[in-house]
Design a protein around this ligand. Structure first.
Ligand code: HEC
Length: 309
């Protein structure tokens, strides 16, 4: 018995620990890079943000004085954190896990990059890669922005891609794009791979029977096929572009006590007849017991009479 208990305890201690060791970042998030160069200013700004938001758990970088949590937060100056790619650090800070809070709403992406800039300053062998400046000669040095919208008149999701540089913006033309819808397990591609037109626009046809959530919402994301040329840009948006799908309760339709209207007549009849028969039998048995009782009483009375005489 003790060994079983010991086994269970070891299991409970070891399993979360194992699970805690590897923090897997989705492949398409690992390659994310800052769009600006890290320098003294970004480092200084990052240091401030770090001392407000991170130092309480991760301690002073290089001192190893992080909180003893399970799994441990780790010292940002060590390999544990430095072996992450920039995109992995960004993902982990944005999303958090377990006791590591999510900074999605607390910090802007620029602020997160500043913190990463500060953290990288403790790694002398770090060489920063910047988000690939678009190599296509049409948009040198620009940042590509995508926008998604739903056009209900012809059930299409329209993507518009623009290359923004300082204050000017030009349409990204001739770029192949694919559109994915998030499903419970994985992604579903909508329509074919399409190429942006002269206005940087492309329309994807939404299938008429595409199920959404209770409001008809779906989460879609668009991506360039040729990321080397156009940068690893993707756009995630929620659009009300699908059928409203109400979750069906497991007992809503078939259970006869739940919804008489939907139960077939023969089921109700069989059920009621069965119930009546069963109740009838119980009644019959009770009546027989009563009879036995009455007979017993009369026999007792008779024997008393015999005794008296
Ligand atoms: C409340 C405590 C806490 C705070 C505040 C906190 N962290 Fe963490 N952090 C953790 C813990 C605990 C882990 C380990 C999580 C895991 O592995 O499941 C962690 C993990 C990480 C990792 C991943 C390390 C790895 O193994 O790859 C990074 C990067 C990180 N934190 C950065 C930051 C930054 C940057 C900040 C501030 C903006 C911050 N953390 C604030 C507790 C904290």
């Amino acid at each position: 018995m003790r060994s079983i208990l010991l086994g269970i305890v070891t299991f409970l201690v070891i399993v979360p620990d194992l699970a805690g060791q590897e923090w897997i970042v989705p492949d398409d998030k690992k390659g994310k890079l800052s769009t600006f160069q890290f320098d003294e200013n970004t480092k200084k700004s990052g240091e401030k943000i770090y001392s407000v938001n991170c130092i309480s758990c991760h301690g002073t970088p290089g001192k190893g004085n992080f909180l003893k949590l399970v799994p441990p937060p780790g010292d940002p100056a060590t390999d544990k954190i430095q072996l992450n790619r920039d995109g992995e650090l960004f993902y982990k800070v944005i999303n958090g896990r377990g006791q590591m809070p999510s900074f999605k709403n607390a910090l802007s992406s620029d602020e997160i990059w500043h913190v990463i800039s500060f953290v990288r300053s403790f790694n002398s062998s770090y060489k920063q890669l910047i988000m690939p400046v678009i190599t296509s000669s049409a948009y040198p040095g620009a940042v590509i922005k995508m926008m998604l919208s739903y056009n209900s008149s012809d059930s299409t999701i329209v993507l518009e891609a623009d290359a923004v540089k300082q204050n000017s913006s030009v349409a990204v033309t001739g770029a192949e794009v694919k559109l994915l819808v998030h499903r419970t397990f994985g992604h579903l591609q909508i329509d074919d791979i399409k190429t942006t037109d002269i206005n940087g626009k492309v329309a994807f046809k939404v299938p008429a029977n595409l199920p959404g959530d209770t409001l008809g919402n779906i989460q879609v994301s668009a991506r360039f096929i040729n990321e080397d040329t156009f940068g690893s840009v993707s756009k995630d948006t929620i659009l009300t572009a699908a059928l409203i799908t109400l979750p069906v309760s497991l007992v809503a339709e078939r259970a006869m006590w739940n919804n008489v209207r939907k139960a077939p007549v023969w089921v109700i009849l069989t059920y009621s007849l069965g119930l009546l028969t069963a109740l009838g039998f119980i009644g019959l048995v009770l009546m027989k017991i009563r009879d036995i009782f009455i007979i017993g009483e009369s026999v007792l009375k008779d024997s008393e009479k015999i005794n008296i005489t």
